[in-house]
Design a protein around this ligand. Structure first.
Ligand SMILES: [Fe+2]
Length: 276
């Protein structure tokens, strides 16, 4: 068992052999996990007929200590943890299904952001911006495609209007990550399924080296891949290695941008330093 308490800010243990997440505090339990199965993932895979384990990832939604239950009730802030296997979908690296967040209000054409924090393993966050999240892939235009590598302790913001996918770049190693997200909306998956995933797939070539390959379902040419580095932004409450669960529980007003990003867009984009 690996003790994630220092990195996570909650008393949680993780078993990388069984993927089990468990409370380290007597009398306090994690919520039941939701699962994402391989069959549910097939519509967004490069090879929808690939073999693989039945369960791809586990989602523990709305985790909080009893004294922090007001964070969701009063501020709309929900904390989740997801556990991913270290495996492959045929040639493609393990990933989440991918989704877009809806607009906050028709008067404000921006969607809710989200912030992730890696707790174990490594992640590649993929951000995709399209002209209209409801268009089918024949018409949709991909405007931007950004990737962000992250290691344990690093938070990464998913900015408004960018759909997102998480990739586990290590087939032999699980990934555990947390997020703060606003509890007031449901994510939108349909157009990602119609397009068979995002516009680039992360795959292994014949030598086992990773590479990006274009998804031919999208209108070509695709935008070039931009790489960003996530950095500390104290004004958003995000500092590498400082658990965002605890910091938000102690300073919920500082995380207002998660549910009301309108006045915080500059700070949100400051968190992602574009490298190329
Ligand atoms: Fe999301």
């Amino acid at each position: 068992m690996i003790d994630l308490s220092d990195l996570c800010g909650l008393p949680i243990l993780f078993d990388p052999e069984t993927y089990e997440l468990r409370s380290a505090k007597p009398g306090w339990d994690l919520p039941d996990a939701g699962i994402r199965t391989l069959d549910e993932m097939r519509p967004v895979l490069m090879d929808p007929d690939c073999d693989g384990p039945e369960i791809v990832y586990w989602m523990y939604r709305d985790i909080c200590l009893p004294e922090h239950s007001h964070l969701r009730r009063e501020y709309g802030l929900r904390y989740d943890i997801s556990v991913f296997r270290g495996d492959m979908f045929g040639p493609e690296y393990f990933k989440t299904a991918g989704h877009y967040h809806p607009y906050i209000h028709w008067k404000y054409p921006i969607s809710w952001p989200e912030v992730y924090e890696v707790l174990y393993g490594e992640a590649i966050y993929v951000l995709q911006y399209v002209d209209d999240i409801y268009k089918d892939p024949y018409y949709v235009e991909v405007k931007d495609f950004i990737i962000v590598h992250a290691k344990p302790g690093r938070q990464v913001v998913m900015p408004p209007n960018y759909g997102h996918v998480t990739i586990n770049p290590n087939p032999g190693r699980p990934l555990v990550m947390a997020n703060w997200v606003c509890d007031w909306f449901k994510s939108y998956y349909q157009s990602v399924e119609q397009a068979r995933g995002y516009c680039y797939y992360r795959v292994q070539d014949e030598t086992g080296a990773p590479k990006w390959v274009p998804n031919p379902v999208y209108k070509q040419p695709l935008p070039a891949i931009r790489e960003a580095q996530a950095v500390d932004v104290e004004a958003l409450g995000l500092v590498e290695g400082r658990p965002m669960y605890r910091w938000c529980a102690d300073n919920p007003g500082l995380f207002e941008w998660v549910c009301r990003p309108q006045g915080h867009l500059d700070k949100i984009w400051e968190q992602l330093q574009i490298r190329q």
